[in-house]
Design a protein around this ligand. Structure first.
Ligand code: GAR
Length: 199
């Protein structure tokens, strides 16, 4: 039986969640390894993080394709060159069409910086602006399966943080991000263990 599942990680930016996964995968006992990183943004710092860790990293820019589907098919073609068991969106800022979502159904997960369904349909700092505007006293992060409905797939794991009265979107984002870095490796470990043990 294989001792690790293979991950592809999709990014668009700084890649701090990618870094958390890279760090977790350094533990020989961790049941997953990153086999490919794809960024849709050429100068995303996450690409450097992958290269520094010796992980194959590619830029597949959505701007180079006439349609969303052609962009997604190009990513699928690259991913199929590796044994990939689980695809992790980590700050990947493109909404995926049914072509990609169906291809990876049940094997495609995302991290969202709020306690879904709160903050659904927004991304980045806008999520935290919405949570503050709604007067929430608690926020957090969610790891969930990706389905055709945006931010609607089954929840795998959540971690919460308090919202403080003097929070700005930036301070709340930073508090949530700390928890994201714990939650994403935890969620991947959970799914990898289920996969490897057949439970
Ligand atoms: C993270 O906070 C992630 O949850 C969020 O973007 C940030 C990426 O940071 N994702 C979304 O808003 C997706 N809806 P990172 O590049 O440092 O991992």
């Amino acid at each position: 039986m294989a001792s690790k599942i293979g991950l592809a990680v999709l990014i668009s930016g700084g890649g701090s969640n990618l870094q958390a996964l890279i760090d977790a995968c350094r533990d020989p006992a961790y049941p997953a390894e990153i086999r490919l990183v794809i960024s849709n943004i050429a100068d995303a710092y996450g690409v450097e993080r992958a290269k520094k860790a010796g992980i194959p990293a590619l830029v597949v820019s959505h701007k180079d394709f006439a349609s969303r589907e052609e962009f997604e098919q190009a990513m699928i073609t690259e991913m199929e060159k590796y044994p990939i068991d689980l695809v992790c969106q980590a700050g990947f800022m493109r909404i995926l069409t049914p072509l990609f979502v169906k291809h990876w159904e049940g094997r495609l997960i995302n991290i969202h910086p709020s306690l879904l369904p709160k903050g659904k349909g927004t991304h980045g700092l806008k999520v935290h602006t919405k949570i503050l505007g709604d007067g929430e006293t608690e926020s957090g992060c969610t790891i969930h399966y990706v389905t055709e409905g945006v931010d609607e797939g089954d929840i795998i794991l959540q971690r919460s943080v308090p919202v403080l009265s003097d929070d700005t979107p930036e301070t709340l984002a930073a508090r949530v991000l700390e928890q994201e870095h714990i939650a994403y490796p935890e969620a991947v470990k959970l799914l990898a263990t289920q996969y490897l043990t057949g439970k």
